[in-house]
Design a protein around this ligand. Structure first.
Ligand code: ANZ
Ligand code: ZN
Length: 651
């Protein structure tokens, strides 16, 4: 019997497929279409087992679909802008393009070695000007539609990486990449107004029957829709002054207004320094503000973190009962959610409860569960029961309202009848209104780094901020830059200096580049028409192939990439470029590949099993078949070379 020799069989057939154009997309409209897509990789070096798994799964679906008579689109490309290339270039006195394109060649050779059925003619490389020019074009269309904004706000700045970071890229005050301390800076940055689409991004999750439940849940939580009310509290004037003003809070529990025993402002609130200026409270309050500025808001809002606060010396008036309520600054209040001010109800909110216990503030019980009894030991001046004992935590479920004026006896809780009743009364009294808030923030897209897509904008002293005219695209990244010598786009005079397209006077270019997530937000559309020189893609091409029938990628993209892509699709739809609402019909998040002990493979642990070595030993078919059969695609796979050897023997 002839021995199985993959090293003879595989190259022979791969050559035959190439020569016959087996993988060329047919564009045969007489057949039903099938778009099979795997998330394009970052060219960080050679491929790892996670890639092998992801791309093998996609390849099998693509081949199966082809054999079943579908017209199949199965493309591959590279998410090729980003910081690692730039850092490698700085270290090795080289250029990011060199590193990037070399890695792309290495990865491509490995993909070919694996026999993956891509139509290489459709490759999209994010750092190619033919691609990024259309990213700039899309940016300009977003701008025209009012979806681009430049504004100042406190952002996370990594002095080490010399760029701003998204909130998600900061853990315990440290940069996710370099672990250096992150600073808060008030900076003017570019934003995409993804919040304009918050409601639709949430609603349309219902269309995604082919997505894992947990991914949809993660997106819903990220968008974070809350229904509640805005309630106005009157600020009592400081002694001897007459500066009464109103502070509005956002609350999901207006039914608990009678339990409000203190009032909280975020440390970043512009009101805080005003309230304490020149008072005996100033030093302590400003020290708290300073300490809070060193920790990210996301971190500070985490439930289990110790809370810190300081009294401002000022009071507000509770609109439902006229009570005087002390105003504190607390570090668990975030400035950019709701109104940045909170009516604290320790009996109904666990964070407020812990804060009240720590600073010895009153806890007024106003809602009771079925078997709760009031603790009648302590009463305040208003003859209300106040507890400082016995309670271990707040009560957040539905219950019966007590000590709540005319609402006493009603059912309270989130979305309860008492909520509606109180909102109605507040509205009638002109002291509040219904309100919906989203956790989702606008997408900060500017980065102070070289290796990205230049933002097509120009600053002119006379005309202000001017978009680069479409016919001048692309704004090319200059090639002659010495990053190791500390050169940046901002110091590259030839790049930065330009003439104003409006008045022809001297002007300067924007020198920030776009977040690389903007590149991955529409690459799947470019694959449908990759060589178009008039548009990012022809609408009829995209409409034929889209939505992607099967998308495959890692769970780490559950929110950012998948949410941004959904946002881009909706804007492009509103522009008339596509006629569908959602880009990815079915989503598979493949499981991790673990080492033989069940540990995650990583370079630092030195337990990485190289696909190249395995293919060299057993052939690509054995590796592919092994990785498919060892575990269900969405479950973890524990590497076991004996299993691979068995698969080789079987073949
Ligand atoms: C009073 C209250 C009583 C609240 C109660 C809750 C329970 P979600 O559901 O996430 O939207 N809050 C409002 N703005 C805040 C901010 N900027 N920083 C920190 N906390 C803030 O949360 C809404 C609730 O979070 C609001 O309702 C408010 O506390 C608090 F028994 O108001 B609540
Ligand atoms: Zn950093």
């Amino acid at each position: 019997m002839k021995a199985y020799n993959p090293h003879e069989i595989e190259p022979r057939w791969q050559k035959a497929w190439d020569e016959s154009g087996l993988n060329t997309v047919r564009e045969d409209e007489s057949k039903p279409k099938k778009y099979v897509l795997e998330m394009f990789p970052y060219p960080s070096g050679d491929i790892h087992m996670g890639h092998v798994r992801n791309y093998t799964i996609g390849d099998v679906i693509a081949r199966y679909s082809k054999m079943r008579g579908f017209d199949v689109l199965h493309p591959m490309g590279w998410d090729a802008f980003g910081l690692p290339a730039e850092n490698a270039a700085i270290k090795h006195h080289s250029h990011p393009a060199k590193w990037t394109y070399a890695n792309i060649e290495t990865q491509k050779a490995s993909f070919k070695r694996m026999g993956l059925s891509y139509d290489w003619d459709r490759t999209v490389v994010a750092c190619d000007p033919e691609y990024y020019r259309w990213g700039q074009w899309i940016f300009l269309q977003f701008w025209k539609r009012g979806l681009v904004e430049r504004r100042e706000s406190p952002v996370n700045w990594c002095p080490n990486c010399k760029t701003v970071l998204a909130n998600e890229q900061v853990t315990e005050g440290e940069c996710w990449r370099c672990h250096g301390a992150v600073e808060k800076r008030d900076l003017t940055q570019w934003y995409f107004k993804i919040t304009d689409y918050a409601q639709e991004l949430l609603d349309d999750l219902d269309q995604l029957d082919g997505w894992p439940e947990r991914v949809k849940q993660m997106q819903a939580n990220w968008i974070g829709r809350s229904e509640g009310a805005e309630v106005d509290f009157e600020l009592l004037p400081a002694e001897g002054k007459d500066d009464g003003q109103t502070i509005t809070v956002f609350t999901t529990r207006p039914d608990t207004l009678f339990g409000c025993s203190f009032f909280l402002l975020a440390p970043e609130s512009k009101l805080v320094p005003e309230l304490v200026a020149g008072t005996e409270y100033e030093a302590e309050v400003m020290a708290l503000v300073e300490a809070a500025s060193k920790v990210s808001a996301v971190e500070r809002a985490q439930g289990d973190r110790e809370k810190h606060g300081a009294f401002t010396g000022r009071y507000v008036v509770n609109p439902v009962n006229g009570e005087k309520v002390p105003v504190w600054v607390a570090d668990y209040i975030v400035a950019d959610y709701g109104t940045g001010a909170v009516m604290a109800v320790p009996c109904g909110d666990q964070r407020d409860f812990e804060f009240a216990r720590k600073y010895d503030l009153p806890i007024i019980p106003i809602i009771l569960g079925e078997d709760d009894a009031l603790y009648p030991q302590l009463k305040d001046e208003q003859n209300r029961v106040v507890t400082t004992v016995d309670w271990e935590k707040s009560y957040e479920a539905e219950g019966k309202l007590v000590q709540s004026g005319k609402y006493t006896g009603m059912v309270g809780g989130k979305h309860s009848p008492a909520v509606d009743a109180i909102i109605g009364d507040l509205e009638a009294a002109g002291k509040g209104k219904k309100s919906v808030q989203f956790r989702l923030r606008d997408w900060l897209i500017s980065r102070q780094r070289y290796w990205g897509n230049p933002i097509p904008a120009i600053y002119c002293d006379k005309c202000g901020l001017v978009p680069v005219p479409e016919e001048d695209l692309p704004v090319m990244l200059p090639k002659d830059i010495d990053l190791s010598a500390g050169e940046t786009l901002a110091t590259h005079e030839e790049f930065a200096k330009c003439t104003c397209p409006k008045c022809g006077g001297p002007a300067r270019r924007e020198t920030d580049t776009m977040d690389t997530f903007t590149c991955s937000s529409w690459y799947y559309l470019r694959y449908t028409d990759p060589h178009n020189t008039e548009l990012p893609f022809a609408p009829e091409k995209a409409n034929r192939w889209m939505p992607v029938d099967q998308y495959i990628g890692g769970i780490e993209h559950a929110i950012l990439h998948l949410l941004y892509s959904r946002f881009f699709t909706k804007v492009l739809r509103d522009m008339g470029m596509v006629d569908f609402d959602e880009p990815f019909k079915n989503l598979l998040c493949q499981g991790m590949v673990l080492d033989e002990h069940g540990d995650v493979m990583s370079k630092s642990k030195g337990n990485v099993i190289s696909p190249e070595d395995m293919i060299a030993g057993y052939g690509a078919d054995a590796v592919r078949a092994y990785i498919l059969f060892m575990a269900p695609p969405d479950k973890e796979l524990q590497w076991n070379e004996d299993g691979l050897a068995g698969m080789y023997k079987f073949l």
